[in-house]
Design a protein around this ligand. Structure first.
Ligand code: NAP
Length: 235
């Protein structure tokens, strides 16, 4: 690890927007810990970046598994004694095309567990590592589907989870306001990934851009905000 090098951790980074966030941060000289719930998939992604000349570190992480989160925190403490950037990117969309009055509540619970409780648990577990060094950037990858100002009846579990993730972001930013931790959420737009599908309008490069910008904000940057294309958007 180089002196003054920032350490970042990205969840759900074996594919899609998460993998691209890792790529862009690594290109900026950040030491990135690429995590995935499936070790083989994550190691394959790490190798892919290695073939592009980008060295990143791998660690297993299932955001719904407390023991897995604790193992990661211990590893970060032992290896680096710090974490500067946390990107909560991992997410699931289980109820595509389902309407709110028809949705199975088990599907809602499972979605909230991954999309809300996972990021909250990681904020709880890892902000002490940021506070210790007086520096932190938290980026929660949300969605326009979580906007109350543009709420619809479809994909209710997913929408609810992203609205709640936005609330988590504002709360974490409020508690961290005293320190040097900036916490924001963002919408990547409609992106061509396994989740977004091939008809989506944006590339992963475009989808990752605002997350990387928020991950590398200067000290006088915003906190507690919701962004798309590097601009604030309504809640
Ligand atoms: P994706 O291609 O489906 O990738 C999702 C990633 O999350 C995968 O790596 C997946 O791992 C991981 N994941 C799911 N559950 C996990 C868990 N419990 N622990 C750790 N990792 C887990 O989706 P994407 O399009 O890149 O989406 C990334 C983020 O952007 C999500 O939060 C999504 O809601 C948000 N977003 C996407 C779009 C879009 O148009 N694509 C639009 C708005 C917001 P596996 O490979 O093991 O399944």
């Amino acid at each position: 690890m180089e002196r003054n090098q920032k350490v970042a951790m990205v969840t759900g980074a074996n594919r899609g927007i998460g993998l691209e966030i890792v790529r862009q941060l690594a290109r900026e000289g950040v030491l990135v810990v690429l995590t995935s719930r499936d070790e083989a998939k994550g190691q394959a992604a790490r190798k892919r970046l290695g073939a592009e000349g980008l060295d990143v570190v791998y660690h297993q992480l299932d955001v719904t598994d407390l023991a897995s989160v604790q193992r990661l925190r211990e590893s970060l403490e032992v290896e680096y004694g710090r974490l500067d950037i946390l990107v909560n990117n991992a997410g699931i969309l289980l109820d595509n095309g389902i309407q709110v009055l028809d949705v199975d509540l088990d599907m809602v619970r499972e979605t909230v567990e991954t999309n809300v409780c996972g990021p909250l648990l990681l904020c709880q577990a890892l902000t002490p590592l940021m506070e210790k060094n007086g520096y932190g950037r938290i980026v929660n990858v949300s969605s326009g589907m979580g906007q109350l100002s543009d709420m619809g009846s479809g994909n209710p579990a997913y929408r609810l989870s992203k609205t709640a993730l936005n609330a988590v972001t504002v709360m974490v930013a409020a508690q961290a306001r005293e320190g040097d931790i900036l916490a924001n959420c963002m919408c990547p737009g409609w992106v061509r990934t396994d989740m977004g599908g091939s008809a989506a309008s944006r590339s992963v490069e475009q989808g990752a851009d605002t997350a990387v910008w928020l991950a590398t904000l200067p000290d006088d940057g915003p906190t507690g905000g919701f962004f798309r294309d590097r601009k604030p958007i309504p809640w």
